[in-house]
Design a protein around this ligand. Structure first.
Ligand code: FAD
Length: 402
């Protein structure tokens, strides 16, 4: 029987462990945090459930929906017009112009443009519309549009227009909890891996108080925190270089309770560099909170969110959403940041020009070490679906490795 240690119990590591175990391997999962799920983190708030990290199930999430079905977790419609975030007031654009812009982008942008920002500029849109699309792309990728590849305009997280989006009823973390529950006591929490000694024939994995020998390891921790693990011998070659070059974007979320719930909406602030949305919650009723979502580090700093203080952002949100009855006391709000999370130090991988994602190299094993995580998921990078797919791919690599 093959023995495998999985490092990290986010969606990627859990999907890998689930596949390995179902194929007869003996699996141990070591997780640094005191919970599973990683960047999927659902918590109670204002009588509902909020997602501090990953939220939207987008079109094509076949693996996630399949796993949810297997564990009996219903998928619920959110109703948020995710692909149609409109600005209001001075920034408003005519509905027809917005439609025309979506059509222009859908028909294809100039693949030879130097950056996503240049490709948007080359569409020759009216300046307000151009600013809207640029802001949208920067927020969704957590990275400035002038350092993003043109291809991001075709990616799921940047999709424009109308499409349904979903969440797992009771929170996306339910899936992580369900997979971990199935794995039982082979999942060890509060066990950060500190050292990985490896040869071509096997690995020895050490935490502060334990050592585990295995035939192979699945490294499912974010690329941004691999420097916290002492690999012996050090990782070298194209995979190691690709991992070191992964750039993560930066995003933050702010949750503000509403005194009276409102139907789904999506309103963008171009000047504030954030969007705000409402949605349906349990039973299809309007959820009792508003969400603010920003991206890029300068925008997080400008909103005061880098200091952990929600005050400035609440004020801007309340001005933008004077259509809503918000509870604006800072102590009632919840700010969720990821740049300061020691086990990821960012939000999700971005296809930046300055540090491109080297998809082919990222999935190549180094000896008995196999790598997964959303950053290795190619066209699905940055997403829950990508994390799950990457875990299954890494497990299949281990199983096929003889
Ligand atoms: P992670 O979830 O980061 O899991 C890695 C795990 O490894 C973590 O649990 C970590 O604690 C652990 N770890 C790290 N170092 C060690 C170590 N040394 N030893 C042991 N364990 C370690 N995706 C969507 O599909 N839709 C969305 O709407 C969406 N919105 C998002 C919004 C935000 C603000 C963020 C942050 C993310 C969002 N995502 C979204 C992206 C999604 O969260 C990720 O793509 C996915 O959850 C990544 O899973 P993962 O398993 O690759 O990584």
């Amino acid at each position: 029987m093959k023995r495998v240690v999985v490092i990290g119990a986010g969606y990627a590591g859990l999907a890998a462990a689930d596949r390995l175990r179902s194929e007869g391997a003996e699996v141990t999962v070591l997780e640094a945090r005191d919970r599973v799920g990683g960047r999927v983190w659902s918590v109670p708030f204002a009588g509902g459930v909020i997602e501090r990290g990953a939220e939207f199930i987008l079109p094509g999430y076949e693996v996630m929906e399949g796993l949810a079905e297997r564990f009996g977790i219903p998928v619920a419609v959110k109703g948020t017009p995710y692909g149609r975030r409109v600005p209001v007031g001075d920034e408003a654009v005519p509905e027809g112009d917005l439609e025309a812009a979506f059509e222009r982008i859908g028909a294809g942008v100039d693949p030879g443009a130097a950056s996503a920002a240049d490709a948007i500029d080359a569409l020759g849109l009216e300046p307000g519309l151009s600013a809207l699309i640029r802001t949208r792309v920067g927020i969704s990728n957590g990275h400035p549009a002038d350092d993003l590849e043109v291809s991001v305009l075709d990616e799921g997280a940047s999709t424009f227009g109308d499409f349904d989006n979903f969440t797992l009823e009771g929170g996306n973390q339910r899936l992580a909890d369900a997979i971990a529950g199935d794995l039982g006591d082979s999942v060890r929490l509060a066990s950060p891996v500190r050292r990985v000694r490896w040869t071509e024939n096997g690995v020895m994995i050490a935490t502060a108080d334990s050592e585990a020998r295995a035939d192979a390891a699945v490294v499912a921790a974010p690329a941004s925190v691999l420097d916290r693990i002492d690999f012996d011998p050090p990782l070298e070659g194209p995979t190691a270089e690709a991992l070191a070059g992964v750039a993560y974007g930066h995003n933050a979320k702010l949750f503000v309770p509403m005194r009276s719930p409102a139907s789904p909406s999506a309103i963008m602030s171009i000047a504030g560099h954030f969007w705000s949305y409402t949605q349906t919650g349990a039973g299809g009723e309007p959820a009792p909170f508003l969400v603010g979502y920003t991206g890029t580090m300068p925008a997080i700093e400008a909103l005061g969110a880098s200091d952990g203080d929600p005050g400035r952002w609440i004020t801007e949100l309340a001005e933008l959403r004077d259509d809503l009855d918000l509870e604006t006391a800072p102590e009632a709000a919840l700010l969720s940041t990821w740049h300061d999370d020691p086990w990821v130090r960012g939000s999700y991988s971005a296809r930046s020009i300055s540090s491109p994602l080297r998809d082919d190299d990222l999935v190549r094993p180094i000896g008995p070490l196999h790598f997964c995580g959303e950053h290795t998921a190619g066209e699905w990078h940055g997403l829950m679906e990508g994390a799950l797919r990457s875990g299954i791919r890494a497990a299949d690599q281990v199983l096929g490795a003889g």
